[in-house]
Design a protein around this ligand. Sequence first.
Ligand code: PMP
Length: 460
Amino acid sequence: MTSLPNSTASRDIAYHFHPYTNARKHESEGPLVIVKGKGIHVFDEQGQEYIEGMAGLWSTSLGFGEQRLIDAATKQMHELPYYHAFNHKVSTPSVDLAEKLIELAPVKMSKVAFANSGSEANDSVVKFVWYYNNALDRPEKKKIISRIKGYHGVTVASGSMTGLPANHADFDLPITNILHTSCPHYYRFGLEGETEEDFATRMAADLEQMIQEEGPETVAAFIAEPVMGAGGVIVPPATYWEKIQAVLAKYDILLVADEVICGFGRTGESFGSVTFGIKPDIMVMAKALSSSYLPISAVMIADKVYQALADNSAKIGTFGHGYTYAGHPVSAAVALETLKIYEERRLFDHARAVGQHLQAGLRGFADRPFVGEVRGIGLIGAVELVADKAAKTPFDPIGKVGAYLVGRAQAHGLILRNLGDSVAFSPPLIITEAQVDDMLERFGKALEDTQDWLAQDADA
Ligand code: PMP
């Protein structure tokens, strides 16, 4: 990408240090500058249109330009643009939103704490879990188990729970008391002749073994996404969640469902916890909570957790945690309007129906050369490319082919994201069947380009 002096791209290179970007590569290649969005589409500076096949970062569930969210924000800006929730104060929208979330919760929950991002919410979770066990006079019960390839954010504690190498390398993470158990990806880690159910049994046995080796009295919580997102869109094997929950119940370990991606319709139900029969003690939400029009996240806690935190706050004199922008009235107003729209337009049912269309369409690519696995549920999916289909051999280096495919998709007007050599799909929930077909057609062209490129590579 050439960038003219004083163009947005050249100023971006000059002044902006990007998240999740190879900084040196960025200096030569520059950014794709997106200037406008409408529905499932975004447009760059040249007016080129793209389908946003990832809804931004699995997040803009209502697509771009939803007037009702703009109006909700404007109205709240006029009325009360900011207030906080410290020291017994509150603004109305945050109360309305807390009430609504408790009503939507798939299991009985007691209270909602707000934050501004998934990472911050998960950092709050770590602190809540530690405080909870101190309150219960179990100071040794502090370890939190997450999973290899799990994604929970990038702050010091949430980044520690994330189980991906790039989030730890040279950041001196993970911190102590954070452990990672096996990744439940059957295609990748299932053994020869092992059924999906047997694989799930082994995953639960791995978890139990870790708990026993560490000492159950030292393990406080297990955190997981119902479907792993950034780790590669990994749908758990059949019976996984019931077996995992049985282990946790046996050792009095809190279950934290990270619903940051799965929450609000992504898997075809209100929450991933509903889809997989998960009964969490703590639930974390962000992204689709406000369709990402404004930053807001939430942590929902069960009554037993709340009671312990409340008792301890009374003992100490205050609950010494909270963010300036937690429960921001404008973000809360937008989130409330988002939840209203989900209900009025029955968007979770829509996601389930159109999700079946997406899943069927994606599976149509399964017999293509280099396609190792197609997976997904609802409106989240992935196509994993491999060097050898029969042996499931990954490409070397991992990610090069995935990045090429995503580049070709962009050239065909489709924004996707590669997680290694798995290419992820997570379009806005408002996508129609016809738009899914359009998206898959563009993807098909990119896949063909990639196959041609790989064939040339083989000839070379
Ligand atoms: N949890 C999950 C499951 C996520 O997917 C993400 C972000 N992709 C986060 C937490 C972190 O959210 P944020 O980027 O808002 O900090």
